[in-house]
Design a protein around this ligand. Structure first.
Ligand code: CMC
Length: 379
C-alpha cells in the first residue's frame, strides 16, 4: 500500500466529513450548524444550542421544553457514584475525577443498540444532565462536604453554580456562565473530538467515548490552557512585568498560554465575546487587575507574534471570566468539558451514522532483520 506524506499532528489532514460546525481560521468565523457563534451567544441558550448540535436543527418550542424538562429530571447521580467520589483523593485533579465518573457512569447504563434513536437520545440527555453534577459533587466532597442536590427550578448554568456554592447565583452570573458554555460547546475536529471519533469508531458505548475525550481535553495544550493562562497572569503579577516576561518567553522559545491556534490565524472570534462578558461582570462585581495585565500582554504579544499568525485564543480570556464568577482555578477545564459534551455527542452520532473504524497508517522509521542477541551476550 502506498504511504501518504506524514503530517505531524495531522495538520491539514481531513479526518472526517462533518456538518456540525465550521471554522474559517483566516477570517475568524465560527458557526454551529451554519449559525454564527455571535448569534447563538446573543439569542440562544446552552441547552437550545446543545439540541441544535446533537439533533441537527433548532428545536421547536415544545421540543425544547421537553428536552429541558428531561435534562432537569436526570441531573441527580446515583449514590454509588457519590460513594465512589468519596474515595477519590482530595487533591485529585477534577479532570481525573470527572473522567473516572463518566467512565463509571457507563457501568450503570450498559450499551444497547447503537442504531436505536431512543438509546442515543437517552444517553445524550443523561450525559448532558449528569456531567455538571459530578463536577460539582467532587468539588463539594473534596472539601469534606455533602454534595449539593440539583435544584429543579434553576436553569442549566444557574444550577451548576448553585451546586458549587449552595447559593442561587446572581442572574447576570448565571447568564454569563450560560454564554460561556455555548461558546465552548463545539469546535470541529480538535484533539478531544478526534479522540471521541476514534473511540466511537470501535462501536463502544457513549460513556467510554466521552471519557476518552475528557482525558484528551485535560492536557495544557488543549482544555488545560485556561488554567495555565490564569497561573501565567498571576506569575506576571503587574503591568510592568509584562515586557520582561514576554521577552524571557520569546528568548527561551516558550509558548505563551492562551495564544496561538492550529486553525485560527487571526484572533479567535470567541475571545472578544468573552471580553465582553468580562466587562459585564466587572461593571456589576468590580474590576479585576489581572484583566489589565491580560490586555497589556495581548497588546505586546500581538506586536511580536502576529507575523506568525499568533493571537489570543478562547482560553486567554475564559479564565478571567470564571475567576470573576468565583470558580476555583482547577475547575476551569472541567467546565470546558461540561460545555463540550454536546459537541462530542454530536460527533459521536455523526460517526455512528457512517462508521468506519479508524485505522491510520504510519511511517516506520525503525530497523529490519536485526539478529536476536541472547541476554548474556548483550553489552
Ligand atoms: N506562544 C508563542 N509562540 C507560539 C505559540 C504561543 N502560544 N503558539 C505557537 N507558537 C509558535 C511556535 O513557537 C512556532 O514557532 P516557530 O515556527 O518559529 O518554531 C509556531 O508558532 C508554530 O507553533 P506550533 O506549536 O507548531 O503550532 P501548533 O499549530 O502545533 O500549535 C497550539 C497550536 C494551540 C498547540 C499552540 O499555539 C500552543 O501551544 N498554544 C499555547 C497553548 C494554548 O493556548 N492552547 C489552547 C488552544 S485553543 C483551545 C483548545 O483547543 O483547547
Amino acid at each position: 500500500m502506498a504511504v501518504g506524506e506524514y503530517k505531524p499532528g495531522l495538520e491539514g489532514v481531513p479526518a472526517t466529513q462533518s456538518n456540525i460546525s465550521y471554522v474559517d481560521g483566516l477570517t475568524g468565523l465560527l458557526e454551529y450548524r451554519g449559525i454564527r457563534i455571535e448569534d447563538l451567544c446573543k439569542y440562544s441558550s446552552f441547552l437550545e444550542t446543545s439540541y441544535l448540535l446533537v439533533f441537527g436543527e433548532l428545536p421547536k418550542a415544545l421540543q425544547l421544553k421537553e428536552f429541558e424538562h428531561e435534562v432537569v429530571h436526570r441531573r441527580r447521580i446515583k449514590y454509588r457514584i457519590r460513594d465512589m467520589i468519596k474515595c477519590f483523593p482530595d487533591n485529585a485533579h477534577p479532570m481525573d475525577a470527572l473522567q473516572t465518573c463518566v467512565s463509571a457512569l457507563g457501568m450503570f447504563y450498559p450499551l444497547e443498540d447503537l442504531h436505536d434513536a431512543e438509546y442515543i437520545y437517552q444517553a445524550a440527555i443523561r450525559l448532558l444532565a449528569k456531567v455538571p453534577t459530578m463536577v460539582a459533587a467532587f468539588h463539594m466532597m473534596r472539601q469534606g462536604n455533602d454534595p449539593v442536590m440539583p435544584k429543579d427550578g434553576l436553569g442549566y448554568a444557574a444550577n451548576f453554580l448553585y451546586m458549587l456554592n449552595e447559593k442561587v447565583p446572581d442572574p447576570l452570573a448565571a447568564h454569563v456562565f450560560d454564554v460561556c458554555l455555548t461558546l465552548h460547546a463545539e469546535h470541529t475536529v480538535n484533539a478531544s473530538t478526534f479522540s471521541a471519533l476514534v473511540t466511537a469508531s470501535t462501536l463502544t458505548d457513549p460513556y467510554t467515548v466521552l471519557s476518552s475525550a475528557i482525558g484528551t481535553l485535560a492536557g495544557p495544550l488543549h482544555g488545560g490552557a485556561n488554567e495555565e493562562v490564569m497561573k501565567m497572569l498571576e506569575e506576571i503579577g503587574s503591568i510592568e512585568n509584562v515586557k520582561p516576561f514576554l521577552e524571557r518567553k520569546i528568548e527561551r522559545k516558550e509558548k505563551i498560554m492562551g495564544f496561538g491556534h492550529r486553525v485560527y490565524k487571526v484572533k479567535d472570534p470567541r475571545a472578544p465575546i468573552l471580553q465582553d462578558l468580562a466587562h459585564k461582570l466587572f461593571d456589576q462585581f468590580g474590576h479585576d487587575r489581572y484583566y489589565d495585565i491580560a490586555l497589556e500582554l495581548e497588546k505586546q504579544a500581538t506586536e511580536k507574534l502576529s507575523s506568525k499568525g499568533i493571537y489570543p485564543n478562547v482560553d486567554f480570556y475564559s479564565g478571567l471570566v470564571y475567576k470573576k464568577l468565583g470558580i476555583p482555578l482547577d475547575l476551569f477545564t472541567p467546565i470546558f468539558a461540561i460545555a463540550r459534551v454536546p459537541g462530542w455527542l454530536a460527533h459521536w452520532k455523526e460517526q455512528l451514522a457512517d462508521n468506519r473504524l479508524f485505522r491510520p497508517t504510519q511511517v516506520y522509521t525503525g530497523l529490519h532483520d536485526i539478529t536476536y542477541t541472547p541476554i548474556e551476550a548483550r553489552e
